[in-house]
Design a protein around this ligand. Structure first.
Ligand SMILES: *Cc1c(COP(=O)(O)O)cnc(C)c1O
Length: 377
């Protein structure tokens, strides 16, 4: 029997600092590099590149959303263009399409990875082409850390000559056939928001093998300043660069990334072991060759009703859980855009729940969650 301290909240996914973050932050203060540039930014970018391999270059930015925005700009997306976007994702995947005045075309998921359905993706592309508007980019997402169908989506991207903007905001540390998520697209996006697998409190990065893209991203992120002693601009710029103080946090977090991934995977394995045989409860297993960071552990329940019962029962115990992402084609802000759906994401949203998944959860925290789920079902 686990003793429940009801004053203590069990969070879905909270920040988990290591030992070096404050050392690097202090270094920024001691050397007065309190600016959106400096040695921590460079070292953080190098650490990310080392961990992703594949010869990628990195631009550390103020958020994952900023990286998506610049990624679309670099791929030439302009007002009126079509951009394909996975519907089953967080709104930040699609918002930047609209910042640019472009039109999102939402595509449903398949059930093996919960990500972009290759069949519906191809339908969507063909439909856009028929209407004389070939999409300018495909935004594919590794949701909850599970890699999307990398090979199939890439084949379609190559067949039609449409670049991939890979939203890897939830998938740092995930791999597919040993290649790191973030390195599959023409441009990849990472997030270091507070709830992600590692965090800089807020931050993101743009990833690419194409050095010109990364240089251009840094140029645009620092107000697109032309070379001149005065401030000279021939393009619209943004203030999207990462602060050297926060990059210090990121450097420290990169040292513990592997531990964080293993801790989250252990959470998933324990939930799976303890709950996997309950009637009607399903988990998302990894297809062969897929390695998920298990950013969030998710379960599917038999129905919307059971999902809500479970969520409310946990809440009563001061345990935070959350329905899976509501598909973007069902969000009021996006509901009038084109969509290619078959009900998969809607069903996942109705029946699915994200369980507490932080790498800093104790064995007893997890026991408490598991016990409550068992007693409710
Ligand atoms: C968190 C997240 C983002 C946005 O990243 P921010 O750093 O919060 O701007 C984009 N896409 C997905 C799938 C995310 O989970």
């Amino acid at each position: 029997m686990v003793v429940v301290d009801i004053n203590k909240k069990i969070w879905l996914s909270s920040p988990h600092m290591g030992e070096m973050e404050q050392v690097y932050v202090k270094e920024a203060f001691d050397t007065n590099w309190v600016a959106p540039l400096g040695p921590n930014v460079n070292a953080f970018e190098d650490a990310i590149a080392d961990s992703l391999k594949e010869n990628v270059k990195i631009a550390a930015l103020s958020s994952g959303t900023a990286a998506l925005h610049l990624g679309l700009k670099l791929l030439g997306v302009e007002s009126g263009d079509m951009v394909i976007c996975q519907s089953f994702t967080f709104s930040a995947s699609a918002n930047p399409i609209c910042y640019l005045g472009a039109i999102p075309v939402f595509v449903d998921s398949e059930t093996d990875t919960w990500n972009l359905s290759p069949a519906l993706l191809e339908n969507a592309i063909q439909d856009c082409i028929k209407k004389g508007k070939k999409p300018k980019a495909i935004i594919a997402v590794h949701l909850y850390g599970m890699p999307y169908k990398v090979k199939e989506v890439k084949a379609i991207s190559e067949t039609y000559g449409i670049p991939i903007l890979e939203d890897s905001a939830e998938a740092l540390g995930s791999t597919c056939n040993r290649q790191a998520c973030g390195t599959f697209g023409d441009i990849g996006v990472l997030s270091f928001n507070g709830n992600k697998i590692i965090t800089t409190s807020g931050g993101g990065a743009l990833v690419s093998r194409n050095t010109d893209y990364v240089k251009k991203a840094i140029f645009l992120a620092t107000q697109a300043r032309d070379e001149a002693p005065h401030y000279q601009h021939s393009q619209l710029g943004y203030n999207y660069r990462m602060s050297n103080v926060l990059a210090g946090v990121g450097r420290g977090q990169m040292l513990v990334l592997e531990d964080r991934v293993m801790a989250r995977r252990r959470n998933y394995e324990r939930y799976h072991e303890e709950l996997g045989s309950l009637p009607g409860i399903e988990f998302l297993s990894e297809p062969s060759g897929y390695f998920s960071n298990r950013w969030l552990s998710c379960v599917l329940t038999p129905s919307y009703k059971v999902r809500e019962q479970l969520r409310l029962a946990l809440l009563e115990q001061n345990i935070e859980s959350r329905p899976l992402w509501k598909p973007l084609h069902l969000q009021p802000v996006f509901e009038n855009f084109p969509k290619f759906t078959d009900g998969t994401a809607e069903d996942l949203f109705n029946r699915g729940l994200c369980l507490p998944s932080g790498s800093n959860l104790s064995h007893d925290d997890l026991s408490c969650v598991i016990q409550k789920i068992k007693s409710t079902l």
